[in-house]
Design a protein around this ligand. Structure first.
Ligand SMILES: NC(=O)c1ccc[n+]([C@@H]2O[C@H](COP(=O)([O-])OP(=O)(O)OC[C@H]3O[C@@H](n4cnc5c(N)ncnc54)[C@H](OP(=O)(O)O)[C@@H]3O)[C@@H](O)[C@H]2O)c1
Length: 315
């Protein structure tokens, strides 16, 4: 199969395109998926660069990188009854890499692709929407509460601002200046380019930017409120001192129930994708380099389909 392969840790320069890489097989409980699209995820680049050693097991090189994907079931392994060949599915990650023509996933770890989005759009949404849904799980984070999102200009922020708006949660979006108008249009009650704009006493903060902001965030949250971090576990001692529930959200370790629950919202465009650019599979190294440059906004999609992606439906 056609695949992007890494022979060791590295960045874009460590990616090679292989036209004849061995295809994975669906084992018991797994499905084989013909990938139409995958997307460029910050976590994948961090893992490929070795920054997440100790968090994830070392890849068994050579290794196909890539996490989110959307495609069509090509084969089912023994014991799989939930999916049939030809079903359109998407997922935030599986045991196989997604920057390839074929990948495998556990049958229980994929979701039915909404017809209202293309494969490229679905691949751009999967991890971001799952993460946003997990962030909003605390039972007291309901209508009328205030949530601040640090790093709202990215894919998770795009999903989170829309999802919180749907639930009538007031969102304060903190992002770079270029994102502010877009975030307001998505339903951000306020959009600012500085964390200093987050008032004291908010009900919750999502920190998608990094642990250096955890202490500041904890001091802006009301007692009994929530800090949800996406990059590293929050400081437990300080959280206890200020009386805030703080936890690290790990979407990759979750099951796709929250994503399944949002099927109709994605299908109807109430949670809309934000795709910046699409690259062909063989140009994945250029896609990664563009992501690392931060010169682009919107998710970067990798097109693995033989005929090229369409705009909606099965494309
Ligand atoms: N724990 C989990 O399960 C989980 C799941 C998904 C994502 N994450 C993490 O959450 C963060 C956000 O994910 P995402 O998918 O939304 O990422 P993304 O689409 O790449 O967006 C990241 C945003 O952060 C801003 N930013 C500020 N400083 C940055 C820096 N030094 N490098 C890169 N971006 C920077 C960028 O805004 P501007 O460039 O526009 O200013 C960008 O819009 C990432 O760190 C990712 O690894 C964690």
């Amino acid at each position: 199969m056609r695949a992007i392969v890494m022979d060791g840790y590295g960045g874009p320069e460590a990616l090679r395109f292989d036209e004849d890489y061995p295809a994975p097989q669906a084992e018991a409980g797994q499905i084989l998926i013909r990938v139409h699209a995958s997307s460029v995820n910050p976590g994948v680049l961090k893992r490929a660069g070795g920054a997440l050693r100790g968090v994830f097991p070392d890849p068994d090189f050579p290794y196909v990188p890539g996490s989110d994907f959307s495609g069509v079931v090509a084969a089912t392994g023994p014991d799989v009854t939930r999916w049939n060949v030809g079903d359109q599915v998407y997922s935030f990650g599986g045991p196989g890499g997604s920057h390839a023509e074929l990948t495998v996933a556990d049958a229980g770890a994929v979701s039915r692709k909404p017809d209202g989005v293309s494969h490229g759009e679905a691949a751009s949404l999967a991890l971001a929407v799952q993460t946003a849904a997990l962030v909003l799980q605390p039972a007291d984070l309901r209508a009328g509460r205030t949530l601040a999102v640090l790093g709202a200009g990215g894919a998770v922020g795009n999903a989170l601002v829309q999802l919180a708006h749907l639930r009538d949660i007031d969102v304060i979006a903190v992002a770079s200046a270029r994102s502010l108008d877009r975030l307001k249009a998505l339903g951000g009650a306020g959009a600012f380019d500085s964390v200093d704009a987050v008032p004291e006493g908010v009900d919750a903060i999502v920190n998608a930017l990094g642990p250096q902001l955890d202490a500041l965030a904890l001091r802006r949250i009301r007692r009994g409120g929530h800090l949800l971090t996406l990059n590293a576990p929050p400081p437990a001692d300080l959280a206890a001192e200020v009386g805030v529930h703080a936890r690290f959200v790990n979407a990759l370790a979750s099951r796709p129930g929250p994503l399944d629950d949002l099927h109709d919202d994605i299908d109807a465009g109430r949670i809309a994708p934000f795709v910046g650019r699409t690259f062909r599979l063989e140009d994945t190294a250029a896609a990664w380099a563009l992501y690392a440059s931060r010169e682009i906004q919107g998710k970067i999609v990798i097109d693995s389909s033989p005929e090229g992606l369409g705009s909606t439906g099965s494309g």
